[in-house]
Design a protein around this ligand. Structure first.
Ligand SMILES: C[S@@+](CC[C@H](N)C(=O)[O-])C[C@H]1O[C@@H](n2cnc3c(N)ncnc32)[C@H](O)[C@@H]1O
Length: 307
């Protein structure tokens, strides 16, 4: 099946995810246009895909320039969910649709919370049934507090109930349109460093790692129980150097720590010699209400490879 204009509009993130990049899209698009002036067809690679705001934007708007795409996330449930959408969309819709139907048979908040907690226990104990696990991930994502994905030290999802009046739990048109779009996308589940083998002059890496917290308490980055610390940020810099030396183009978003008490100028020092732009963004998901509002983020890239 080819992507028609109508179905292309349904190509968009199917999950809410902390650090979703919708707000940075105009700045990222400017980089993409620069790249497409230099190269007709690219291999799009997203090593930290999350909910895939940039992936789906690229597939929707620049799909004809993407010869091939590869996405990766260290979170196995997330990677399993992408694979389920790619290979078993109808089965997923059936299971998720049944969960949605049952959820809406409960009218009181207490009953809905009890059902949510029951499904959260089922999700944490489930191993092996990827379609069921993916359906539960989507169900919990749409009904939990702020659409967060957070795990405890045992790797158990522990976000509380979200109290939404009328959440869309099973969005079949989006699942089907994404399934079609994902047919040319390879889905991996490993550490970002494994993407080194994809470095080539036509490769475009969009890198969106868990951000370095602006202060010790400001931010949340427990997407995975392993976390992502300064040593990982430095490993990512080594990855970027290799990509640059191999002629690949990379664009990385990260937090702007230039006004932070600690770690001030961390990325400016680490990425000396690369392009660093400050971009205004509003954080939609933050553990503390006080953390909402305009903040700056950084876009780091190696535009020199395009000249
Ligand atoms: C900031 S989020 C990406 C958000 C994404 N751009 C979006 O639009 O939703 C970072 C992602 O990196 C993943 N991650 C954390 N450590 C990783 C690692 N070492 N290798 C690959 N992925 C990792 C997390 O599971 C998380 O989904």
């Amino acid at each position: 099946m080819t992507i028609t204009k109508e179905s292309a509009t349904g190509i968009k993130p199917f999950l809410k995810w902390a650090g979703g990049k919708t707000q940075l899209l105009p700045a990222i698009e400017a980089k993409v246009l620069k790249l497409l002036r230099a190269k007709e067809t690219i291999h799009f690679v997203e090593p930290f895909v999350g909910s895939g705001a940039v992936l789906f934007f690229m597939l929707r708007k620049y799909g004809r320039h993407i010869g091939k795409a590869t996405i990766n996330d260290v979170n196995p449930v997330l990677a399993g969910c992408y694979r389920t959408i790619k290979y078993n969309p109808q089965e997923l819709i059936n299971v998720l649709g049944a969960l949605e139907k049952q959820y809406f048979t409960y009218t009181s908040e207490d009953d809905r919370r009890a059902f949510f907690l029951e499904k959260r226990i089922e999700f944490n104990g489930l191993d092996g049934d990827v379609v069921q696990k993916s359906a539960l991930l989507l169900f919990l994502n749409k009904t939990c507090f702020n659409g967060l994905y957070r795990v405890n030290s045992k790797g158990h999802f522990n976000v509380p109930f979200g109290k939404y009046a009328n959440p869309t739990i099973c969005n079949a048109p989006v699942i089907l349109a994404n399934s079609e779009a994902l047919q040319k996308v390879e889905i991996l589940n490993t550490d970002f460093s494994e993407m080194e083998r994809l470095i080539a002059p036509h490769t475009f890496f969009y890198l969106d790692p868990p951000y370095k917290p602006i202060s010790a308490t400001s931010s949340f980055n427990a997407y995975a129980k392993e976390g992502f610390g300064d040593a990982d940020q430095e490993r990512l810099k080594t990855f970027c150097d290799k990509a640059n030396n191999g002629g690949a183009y990379f664009v990385q978003s990260n937090s702007d720590n230039s006004n932070a008490d600690e770690g001030s100028g961390f990325f400016q020092n680490l990425y000396k010699g690369y392009n660093i732009e400050q971009v205004k963004a509003k954080r939609a998901i933050n553990a503390k209400g006080s953390g909402r509002g305009a903040v700056f983020e950084l876009l780091i890239s190696n535009d020199a490879v395009l000249q």
